[in-house]
Design a protein around this ligand. Structure first.
Ligand code: AP5
Ligand code: MG
Length: 241
């Protein structure tokens, strides 16, 4: 099972990836987590990446493609993986196509978590993360449920970095979705509602039962008008493509 989680900063990719990792027993490959681990370890890559992440900008395609190539070559990815945070640009998507082809793999589904900008800003301003295992938590959580570490705010969740992150997502990452829509791999899910409600919809989509989240149980279902502006003609309707 090879899955790709796609969505804006704060849309819930990491949260849903944790659920999928437990459910399917396959690794979660999160390029942001990998970069933050390099920063924490003080490696040359980490020193190079730190100011880029702090400013809400993207690390170069060349570096990111190299990181993902190395990671997907590891044995634990053989039964499948959950990709989160990559590809973020069209060149990254093209490189990933080549890499998947080389490895004899294909994506089973691309899950797009669609969340309005005001909700993204609200979530990111209050998000807490575990510095040890990188799990994310809502505001007011005190310690990591997995390892007990005291939670911290991510450097790029400070107000000055959040807007640039959303702007670069709209500019460079929104076009990536078309790449996968052409392959009819995308399940678009209204990312509002409780975490458990979204998880049910994600699992249904992965298991091929997902038709339209507007017909799902989320209390937010049907209120997609405030969702992120995208390309002309890409309305707020949610669908499987
Ligand atoms: P990355 O770590 O990938 O960050 P991101 O894409 O900005 O996404 P986030 O991790 O902020 O959000 P998420 O969707 O995982 O949401 P979460 O589940 O935490 O990348 C960081 C940086 O690294 C980039 O900006 C870039 O600089 C660099 N980088 C990484 N990959 C790169 C690449 N390929 N190319 C170039 N540069 C790259 O949820 C957010 C909050 O909401 C949490 O508090 C959570 O508890 C809460 N929440 C989740 N679901 C719900 C819900 N349904 N209802 C209410 N609250 C919820
Ligand atoms: Mg994340």
């Amino acid at each position: 099972m090879n899955l790709l989680l796609y969505g804006a900063p704060g849309s819930g990719k990491g949260t849903q990836a944790n659920m999928l990792r437990t459910h399917f027993g396959i690794p979660h490959i999160a390029t942001g987590d990998m970069l933050r681990a390099e920063i924490q370890a003080g490696t040359a890559l980490g020193r190079q990446a730190q100011p880029i992440l702090a400013a809400g900008q993207y690390v170069s395609d060349e570096i990111m493609i190299g990181i993902v190539r190395h990671r997907l070559g590891k044995a634990d990815c053989a039964p499948g993986f959950i990709m989160d945070g990559f590809p973020r640009t069209v060149p990254q998507a093209e490189a990933l196509d080549d890499l998947m082809h080389e490895l004899g793999k294909r994506f089973d589904r691309v899950i797009y978590l669609k969340v309005p900008v005001e909700e993204l800003l609200h979530r990111l301003s209050g998000r807490l993360v575990c510095p040890t295992c990188q799990r994310t938590y809502p505001p007011q959580t005190t310690a990591c449920a997995a390892d007990g570490s005291a939670l911290v705010q991510r450097e790029d969740d400070k107000p000055e970095a959040v807007r640039p992150r959303i702007e670069i997502y709209l500019d460079k990452t929104v076009p990536v979705l078309d790449h996968y829509r052409h392959e009819r791999l995308v399940s678009e899910i209204d990312g509002r509602g409780t975490i458990d409600e979204i998880s049910s919809q994600v699992l249904a989509a992965v298991n091929g039962k997902h038709s339209s989240p507007l017909m799902g149980k989320s209390p937010a279902a049907g209120r997609a008008q405030g969702a992120l502006p995208e390309k002309p003609g890409d309305g707020a309707k949610t669908k499987t493509a």
